[in-house]
Design a protein around this ligand. Structure first.
Ligand SMILES: C[S@@+](CC[C@H](N)C(=O)[O-])C[C@H]1O[C@@H](n2cnc3c(N)ncnc32)[C@H](O)[C@@H]1O
Length: 459
């Protein structure tokens, strides 16, 4: 354990922060935490934790000053250069190779501080697939528990001192020198969603190809580190990679991650999570009243990965969701999302089947049978269920469409029909042969009778 010096006064401080300021520091290493609190107390000339608690209660601005000291926000571009070189040479090409040319690449920088980490990664991705493709395909999440630091990260503007690690040709290509400092490439910047996210209590992102969490785990005690690693496993795709900080090691007794390169702290997903992991995740979140988030997350993942192609279309005919199977089946690109649904292939298929407008499906589901799609490989058949999505006031928000592939059933039904016809033909043949046999039999009988008569006459 990392808590050799637990004192009730210090725990009371942590309790106050957790319950009254919503900041849970109980999973951080106690010794480091105490040093940082004491640093703040010394600068305020406060001699006891009790005194500091009183000060915190009466000076609301002290909370942010404390956070700044506790959540060490040190970061830089291409921190540990060699590791980033390895990432560019070995990991990024693997991620790209595992995907279709238009498929999204999802990355998460957890504990991103002022953003240099995610911007470094975007430069490497842009070098690998080009800026335009990067803007189209890359979806970045950069999160941190510190709202103030995120505000700086969103600015994407860096002083001379902060860009010293950026090679000069990249500086020219990816930054614009302004009076305020070097501003990161605006289109690439827009691929990043920055958000406040507490790794300990908030539900993790999902379907991530590359999760970077560097120099963050190190602040947590072993138990919390283990629970964060379970969350990281949950967040990653099966083919995803985890990228930790130079001095961080995996402390798990089970191999839910396997090292790709230990020196550079890059891991792939290993053994699957066990039920107890899911339960522990669930239990912790339940404690923190976050169960709804994880349920939503689960539900979203279930829809995303459902084997039935599904779309969500709003009341203005805009496509607002398509799961993995739908994307795969119809090969949707990012560009398709800009068009009304009826202009996209699945929309046209429905329109060719029924003249009814999408937003006239008010209160019940409609099932369209035998919706045909002609492809170079042959005709596909779908049963499409169109269901309205209503809000609590029963107003129509949009519709969902589920495309159930019936091609195999259709083929089987056709084969069955052919087999039935063949059977009928054969039984007709059999009947004809039977009647022929009967006639022949009767003839034989008559012949036998005739022969018997002539023999009688002769005798
Ligand atoms: C030392 S910085 C690391 C920055 C960057 N990842 C790097 O390695 O250059 C640690 C960051 O972790 C963030 N952090 C600390 N606790 C966190 C938590 N519970 N959830 C999310 N971020 C946290 C801090 O706010 C800080 O910005």
């Amino acid at each position: 354990m990392n808590s050799p010096q637990i004192t009730p006064e210090f725990e009371a401080l942590l309790d106050y922060l957790k319950h009254e300021r919503g900041c849970d520091l109980t999973g951080y290493k106690r010794a480091t935490l105490m040093r940082r609190f004491e640093y703040r107390m010394q600068s305020l000339e406060i001699g006891s934790y009790q005194g500091y608690l009183q000060y915190l209660r009466s000076h609301s601005e002290e909370y942010l000053a404390l956070l700044e000291v506790v959540l060490i926000n040190v970061t830089s571009f291409f921190r540990d250069q060699e590791t980033w070189d390895y990432l560019a040479a070995e990991v990024i090409p693997q991620i790209i190779a595992s995907k279709q040319p238009d498929e999204p690449i999802r990355v998460w920088s957890a504990g991103c501080a002022t953003g240099q980490e995610i911007y470094s990664l975007l430069i490497l991705l842009a070098e690998a697939i080009g800026i335009e493709s990067c803007v189209q395909r890359v979806q970045c999440y950069a999160t941190d528990v510190d709202e103030a630091i995120l505000a700086q990260a969103r600015q994407a503007t860096f002083s001379d001192l902060r860009i010293t690690n950026v090679p000069s040709d990249w500086l020219q290509k990816y930054f614009q020198a302004t009076e305020q400092g070097y501003v990161f490439h605006p289109s690439l910047r827009r691929t990043v969603v920055f958000g406040r996210h507490d790794l300990v209590k908030d539900a993790p992102m999902s379907r991530i190809d590359l999760l970077i969490c560097r120099n963050v785990l190190i602040y947590f005690n072993l138990e919390t580190q283990a629970s964060l690693l379970v969350r990281f496993h949950f967040a990653l795709k099966t083919t995803g990679f985890l990228f930790l900080g130079k001095s961080e090691t995996l402390i798990l007794d089970r191999k839910i991650f396997t090292p790709i390169n230990l020196k550079h702290r890059i891991y792939a997903k290993g053994l699957n999570l066990e039920l107890k992991d899911h339960l522990s995740l669930d239990f912790k979140l339940r404690q923190q009243e976050n169960i709804l988030t994880i349920q939503k997350h689960f539900w979203q993942t279930a829809t995303e990965t459902s084997p039935i192609a599904q779309f969500a279309v709003d009341a203005h005919d805009r496509l607002i969701g398509a799961n993995e199977q739908a994307n795969l089946l119809f090969g949707l690109t990012l560009d398709d999302w800009k068009h009304p649904f009826y202009e996209l292939e699945p929309g046209k298929l429905i329109a060719s089947h029924t003249s009814r407008k999408f937003n006239t499906y008010p209160y019940h589901s409609v099932v369209l049978k035998d919706v045909q799609r002609n492809t170079p490989q042959g005709t596909q058949y779908f049963e499409v269920t169109i269901a309205p999505v209503l809000n609590a006031k029963r107003q129509l928000l949009g519709i969902t469409l589920a495309f159930l592939d019936q091609t195999n059933c259709k083929q089987l039904a056709q084969q069955l029909q052919w087999a039935d016809a063949e059977l009928e033909r054969m039984s007709e043949c059999l009947e004809a042969t039977q009647s022929e046999l009967e006639v022949a039999h009767q003839k034989m009988q008559l012949l036998d009778q005739a022969r018997g008569l002539s023999r009688d006459e002769e005798s």
